[in-house]
Write a protein that binds this ligand. Sequence first.
Ligand SMILES: N[C@@H](CCC(=O)N[C@@H](CS)C(=O)NCC(=O)O)C(=O)O
Length: 208
Amino acid sequence: MRRILWGRDTSSNVMKVIWLLEELKLPYERMDVGGAFGKTDTPSYRAMNPTGLVPTLQEDEFSMWESNAIMRYICMSAAGDLPYYPDLMRQRGRIDQWLDCQQTQLNRPMGVVFWGMVRTKPADRDAAALAQGVADAGRIWGFLEEPLSRHNYIAGDQLSIADIAWGVHVHRWFTMEIDRPPAPQLRAWYDRLLKRPVYKAHIARPLV
Ligand SMILES: N[C@@H](CCC(=O)N[C@@H](CS)C(=O)NCC(=O)O)C(=O)O
């Protein structure tokens, strides 16, 4: 089977899938599309992914999109009974809760802050929108203080795909020059992630 991950490696949502595939040591090829690479508006790409966004996962004639759904699919199809998405109802429920919270709550304010700080020239920044984004994101990062005070990773003592969905963003959060509210558990979790070779190599990179 030929597995292809479509998407530039500077995208947080593509990074999630790279991180998981690398942790699992699953073979894959990656094609640079999206952003400056373009090529996401071709009929063949849109046939795989009508949103025109990245990532898209392709396995022979099968393809799918939505980064968190892709991670669940990879775990269910290829990872076996591993801690990333264990076959236990309550554990899965907890992981899904954090996956959805990342998409529906964290993503928007982190997008505002990341685009404002990294992809916009200082002179063009909207200071009020940025300050609101930092405040909103800070409140949402705060949700993790309690679970991370009880275990090393978001949904338990082992890395799961919940950590991957949030972990691609935490490097950005701690790397940007912004006024973060104190979050000692979050910082300790980020430091823990930094010790993981896959995280260091693929996620904790200069922001672009
Ligand atoms: N909910 C989607 C969002 C995908 C998305 O917004 N991807 C961004 C990059 S992070 C994108 O495709 N931007 C346009 C581009 O790169 O051309 C997912 O999680 O996969």
